[in-house]
Design a protein around this ligand. Structure first.
Ligand code: SF4
Length: 117
């Protein structure tokens, strides 16, 4: 089976083809321009991962943009969003401030991505 994917690791968006066996193992990947694309195709076919971007409320009520500082398993995105939606940050908030450390044991921290004074 051939699975066609668009690499989302960088804006170039290479078109990838992953060849899978009957057990879902990746046999071959074509179409990548760099090694990150090959790894993306393997991960996407075997254990898809995503970076989460969202907002949390600051103590003054303003929304503050946040994201995970590394990817998390795609199947945990909904549960991660539940935690993120309940989080708040103190003011001032600065880029890189950790809002939730090691969310759901994924190893990823949810961090602030804009300054709020
Ligand atoms: S394969 Fe490499 S160059 Fe192509 S989109 Fe993915 S990361 Fe970018």
């Amino acid at each position: 089976m051939i699975r066609e994917l668009t690499c989302i690791v960088c804006p170039r968006g290479c078109q990838l083809k992953a060849e899978l066996d009957g057990n879902g193992n990746v046999l071959n990947v074509e179409g990548f321009t760099c090694p990150r694309g090959k790894q993306y195709a393997i991960d996407e076919c075997t254990h898809p991962m995503r970076t989460i971007t969202s907002t949390v409320r600051a103590a003054n009520g303003e929304p503050v943009p946040v994201k995970t500082n590394r990817t998390v398993p795609k199947e945990l995105m909904f549960d991660c969003m539940k935690q993120i939606n309940q989080a708040t940050v103190a003011v001032p908030a600065h880029i890189g401030d950790v809002v939730i450390a090691n969310i759901l044991g994924t190893g990823a921290d949810v961090v602030v991505t804009a300054n709020l004074e």
